[in-house]
Every structure is written in C-alpha cells, then in structure tokens.
Design a binder for this molecule. Structure first.
Ligand code: ADP
Ligand code: MG
Ligand code: MG
Length: 291
C-alpha cells in the first residue's frame, strides 16, 4: 500500500530536518513524494548562524496553481511540519481544501510544530490558528507533549493525561493522534489513539521509549514521516505502525550516538545530526523490538 505525498516542510542544504528528514524515508517506503520547501536555509537554526530564504503564502499558492493547471494536483497524502507564520499557515489551509476538492479521501498528516520542552519556537498567534482551524481538518496529528498541551489547554504529566488529551483532539477532528513523547521520570512515553468510530471510545496504546541522554534535531520530522508511511500500510493498526516507526527511529538514534561518541564528541554539548542515509536498512525493514 503506497501513495503520492505532497510534503510542505523546510529544507536545509546541510543536515537533516523538515523535508530533508522526511522525503528520503518515505521514498524508501515506496511513496512518491513531491516536496515543497517552505524555507531553504544553509543549515538548521540550532547552529550559531544560518542564511537563506523563506517562501511566503502567495508563493506556495503559485506552485499549487502551476500543478493544478497541468492536472498534477492529485495526492493521497498531504504532510506538513514546521510553519513559521500565520499567513503561510492560512495558505496551507487553502491547499488542504484544494487537494480535498480533487481527492475527497485525502489524508492530511499534520505535525503541529510549535515548540518543545516548554518553549514556543513559533509566533504565539499560530497556536490558536492550529487549534481552531488546522486540527479540525487534520486526519492524523503528531504533537509532542508541549504541543498537545497547547492544543488541548491541558497540562500533561502522566499517561492518563496523555490519553485524555488524545480524546479532546479526536473530538476536534483527527481520527488518529500520536503524542510522540511525554517526558516521565527519565523515560519517553508515546501515546497513540485511533478513533475508528465516532460513537465509540478510541483504541489507545502506549510505547515506553528509553530516553537517550542527547538532543537530536529532525527526529520529530522523521517520526511523523514514518508514522504516515506505516499507518497507510496498516490503516487499522496504528499501534503496529507506531511500533515500526519507533523501532526504525531508535536504531537510527543509537547509530547517530555511536558515531558521535566514537569520534570523541560530547553528545550532550550540542544537537546531533541524524545518520539518516546510513540507517536505510532500519527504515525499510525495522526490527520489531518496541512493543
Ligand atoms: P519533537 O522532535 O517534535 O519534539 P519528540 O521529541 O517526541 O518530537 O521526538 C520524536 C521521536 O523521536 C520520539 O517518539 C522518540 O521515539 C524519538 N526521540 C527523540 N529524542 C529522543 C531521545 N533523546 N531518546 C530517545 N528517543 C528520542
Ligand atoms: Mg521533542
Ligand atoms: Mg515535532
């Protein structure tokens, strides 16, 4: 089971975040991926400096118009990640409508990238647009703990809170929700939730992930891409899809950490560039070690 994905995310010349993190793994899983680069930067913004260009909402709509004029706007999936302004996010909402008018079954996988570990890294006025306009049209949502808190206005400090947050998000729109990590005493807890039937309680599950003491960039983008890829292959089995995604990701993170430590590099001192290309076998055929 495969598909055609329109992926609107950032691009870095060097290193792996946004589309650089998402396109290759989706292609490995057999998807046609058409990337639109919402920004093109020299490197990710965690470095001391960066240079580059930002696409505005009108320029996004121009690209969509070009595709539409040639009847090239049929997609099975739309994937969005980091979006830096309200005007761009509103253009994305127009793109959702346009794609759904061409394919009513379009799956919109939305990673509501807003911040991490208590810190917002987008303008504050984006939060309410995500909450009120974007969440209702998303098919699958993949917030981290902080983003799930912003969207639900619920403080999430336990597994129970996570499950409750998923229910609130289902009620707002998406039938699939994965909170990719909740930090609970040294471990990461993933909570998945699939509302198969509006009249019934969602099917929920958790995966405990041992926390690696390092900060990686681009992992959330990779995680959402893998969740799209696998949940489309196992449409009624979100827990299996999440296990496969986590399994690939953990193998990649371990490989990344090993590469840095064997080079004598202090992995706690700055964020690590993921070993994406070197992990292609783990992406194609994840070993199921996380249950
Ligand atoms: P985001 O990057 O959006 O904040 P997360 O922090 O939840 O998203 O990371 C996405 C996934 O990456 C997690 O589900 C987990 O599998 C993996 N991950 C990220 N950081 C770590 C870490 N330090 N140790 C182990 N796994 C990690
Ligand atoms: Mg995080
Ligand atoms: Mg994220």
């Amino acid at each position: 089971n495969t598909g055609r994905v329109l992926s609107i995310q950032s691009h870095t010349v060097q290193g792996y975040v946004g589309n650089k993190s998402a396109v290759f793994p989706l292609q490995l899983l057999g998807y046609d991926v058409d990337p639109i680069n919402s920004v093109q930067f020299s490197n990710h913004t965690g470095y001391p400096t960066f240079k580059g260009q930002v696409l505005n909402g009108q320029q996004l709509l121009d690209l969509i118009e070009g595709l539409e004029a040639n009847n090239l706007l049929y997609y099975t999936h739309l994937l969005t990640g980091y979006i830096g302004s309200v005007s761009f996010l509103k253009s994305v909402l127009e793109v959702v409508d346009k794609l759904r008018s061409i394919n009513p079954n379009l799956t919109y996988v939305c990673d509501p990238v807003m911040g991490d570990e208590g810190k917002l890294y987008v303008p504050e006025d984006l939060v309410s647009v995500y909450r009120e306009k974007v969440v209702p049209v998303a098919s699958m949502l993949t917030p981290n703990q902080f983003e799930a808190e912003l969207l639900t206005k619920l403080r999430i400090g336990s597994e129970t809170d996570g499950r409750k947050a998923c229910k609130i998000l289902h009620a707002a729109g998406p039938s699939k929700v994965v909170i990719t990590s909740i930090n609970i005493d040294g471990n990461l807890l993933l909570i998945g939730s699939h509302q198969k039937d509006k009249k019934q309680a969602p099917e929920q599950f958790k995966i405990v992930i041992p926390r690696i003491p390092a900060y990686f960039t681009g992992t959330g983008d990779l995680m959402t891409a893998l969740l799209l890829g696998w949940s489309n292959k196992y449409p009624d089995n979100l827990d299996k899809a999440a296990e496969l995604a986590v399994s690939s990701l953990q193998a990649l993170l371990q490989r990344t950490l090993n590469a840095y430590t064997s080079a004598g590099f202090d992995s706690k001192s700055s964020s690590l560039e993921i070993r994406l290309i070197q992990s292609q076998d783990d992406i194609r055929q994840p070993k199921l070690t996380f249950k």
